[in-house]
Design a protein. Structure first.
Length: 256
């Protein structure tokens, strides 16, 4: 698939290092799907949709820093929507988000509410200044927020909020965030693995199922094509939470 050109229509600051970029194209994505964003002359990187025409980006390195220098009217390239997104099931759902990983869950929660589902959200952030989309989530239903430094809500990691909830009350659980945060939650809630859909990251190059860069050990699941949403029971049998491969294919630690 060749990239299409798109103009950034609006840039909104969400938190100290997080911005939302609204594009001039509604690509009709499913929540959990992603696009490959081509920042010309720099890199092409994967980004989840935070709305039908938007992405929400944390500045972490060369490509995202270059994007943060772009304003409304700038042109980028897009390939997408790509991959398998979340599947809405049941009547009562729980969203568990960590940091910028909360963004695709806000989009999912809005889809779920429009279909009449009851939505509860558990969101973890480093600190009060890092909270994003609080109003979007509060418009959906009950929201629990944790902060690592205790500056807002429940003190501790997202898993600290689990004891306020009975996971048996939910038909389906959706999770997205840093790998170690997701691992912490899914390894504590193994009995709910089959009904937990996790949106995960691996190093994407082709985003077309060809190069093997994003494959998960041991079964070789191509995260770019068969994911990025994968059920937790499958992740618990994989490399997830133990190691991940970088741009050269070498195994490295799971950070975050
Ligand atoms: C399916 C998917 C959805 C994502 N959605 C979002 C999102 O909604 N918002 C957001 O802020 N970030 C998202 N990311 C992560 C985002 O792609 C990286 O933060 C970005 O590529 C960093 O690029 P950089 O040049 O700024 O940083 P670099 O300094 O190049 O890299 C910093 C880190 O970003 C990751 N990264 C870099 N290049 C890639 C790549 N090609 N594929 C995967 N990871 C990479 C690596 O872990 C790397 O260590 C997503 C990643 C994936 C795989
Ligand atoms: S990124 Fe090439 S197979 Fe997934």
């Amino acid at each position: 698939m060749r990239p299409v050109s798109s103009i950034i229509e609006e840039v909104r600051s969400e938190a100290r290092l997080i911005r939302t970029f609204r594009l001039d194209r509604d690509l009709d994505p499913k929540p959990g799907q992603y696009l490959m964003l081509w920042i010309r002359g720099v890199d092409e990187i994967p980004m989840s949709f935070s709305g039908p025409d938007s992405i929400t980006v944390q500045s972490v390195g060369q490509a995202t820093e270059a994007l943060f220098k772009m304003g409304a009217g700038s042109s980028v390239g897009l390939r997408g929507p790509l991959g398998n997104g979340f599947t809405l099931k049941g009547e009562r759902i729980l969203l568990i988000g960590g940091g910028v990983g909360s963004a695709p869950l806000a989009f999912l929660g809005e889809k779920a509410r429009s279909k009449g589902l009851t939505v509860t959200s558990l969101l973890g952030f480093r600190s009060k200044e890092d909270i994003i989309f609080q109003e979007r989530f509060e418009a959906l239903g009950q929201v629990l927020i944790t902060t690592d430094d205790g500056s807002y809500g429940i003190a501790g990691r997202a898993s600290a909020g689990l004891k306020e909830l009975s996971l048996f009350d939910f038909d389906q659980i959706y999770i997205c965030g840093p790998e170690m945060m997701m691992w912490d939650v899914i390894s504590r809630t193994r009995e709910h693995g089959a009904k937990t859909q996790a949106c995960i990251n691996r190093y994407f190059k082709c985003a077309a199922g060809i190069c093997g860069s994003c494959c998960l050990d041991p079964d070789g699941t191509r995260v770019c094509l068969e994911g990025p949403v994968i059920t937790a029971d499958r992740l618990l049998e994989s490399e997830f939470g133990r190691y991940r491969r970088g741009p050269t294919g070498e195994k490295g630690p799971c950070r975050g």
